[in-house]
Design a protein around this ligand. Structure first.
Ligand code: SF4
Ligand code: SF4
Length: 195
């Protein structure tokens, strides 16, 4: 855990607002975030964890607490590589990677983007990948990100390990909902033009 993570402040029970955030994230991701019981298995296996300002287990807890700003303004949701290691480790079968996808979408809708250039490049690559495939195609997204950020060789040493553990697929897997996702993108673009 890095300094930023250890100094993270969490709402107290008195600061619980309502369950609007939990309801929205559960509806959009299809993940029962409310059943997370904070075993931390997801965050202990996250390859990006040491570089995140919030760990995946902390994000799950903050969703339960309704701490929308803390989550949507965090860098962690952009640092997440969508590798699904967390999802594979969760004893409750919670698809944490899908929750992270949902949080990024929510942040973009609220016009919140990463403060650093690499985060913005990742944001763009993520959205392009989702629009093409209906969900993230990790290898394609990382190629787009590397080109956009010009950060071509950083973390290249991790790729063979992730491929060996089947965390990255060579070929894209298109979501059966891809048409619905593209319609959602089109609606968002139309809304954007009206503003
Ligand atoms: S999907 Fe994101 S949060 Fe989950 S293990 Fe991978 S990088 Fe970490
Ligand atoms: S592994 Fe699952 S139950 Fe455990 S903290 Fe992560 S999301 Fe919650």
């Amino acid at each position: 855990m890095n300094d930023t993570q250890s100094s993270a402040t969490f709402p107290t029970s008195q600061e619980w607002t309502d369950d609007a955030l939990l309801t929205e994230v559960e509806r959009r991701s299809g993940v029962a975030v409310g059943t997370c019981f904070q075993c931390h298995k997801c965050s202990s296996g996250c390859p990006i964890g040491p570089d995140m300002d919030l760990l995946s287990s902390q994000i799950m807890r903050l969703i339960q607490l309704g701490a929308k700003d803390e989550i949507l303004e965090s860098e962690a949701i952009w640092a997440c590589a969508s590798c699904e290691a967390c999802t594979a480790r969760c004893p409750m079968g919670l698809d944490i990677a899908a929750v992270m996808d949902t949080l990024r979408m929510m942040a973009v809708e609220r016009k919140i983007s990463s403060r650093d250039r690499r985060g913005r490049s990742f944001n763009k690559a993520f959205l392009t990948s989702v629009r093409w495939h209906g969900r993230v195609y990790e290898l394609g997204m990382m190629a787009l990100y590397k080109l956009a950020s010009r950060d071509l060789f950083a973390d290249m040493d991790k790729a063979p390990k992730m491929l060996a553990k089947h965390k990255l697929n060579f070929l894209p897997h298109r979501s059966p909902s891809v048409k619905a996702v593209r319609r959602a993108f089109k609606r968002a673009q139309e809304e954007e033009k009206k503003r």
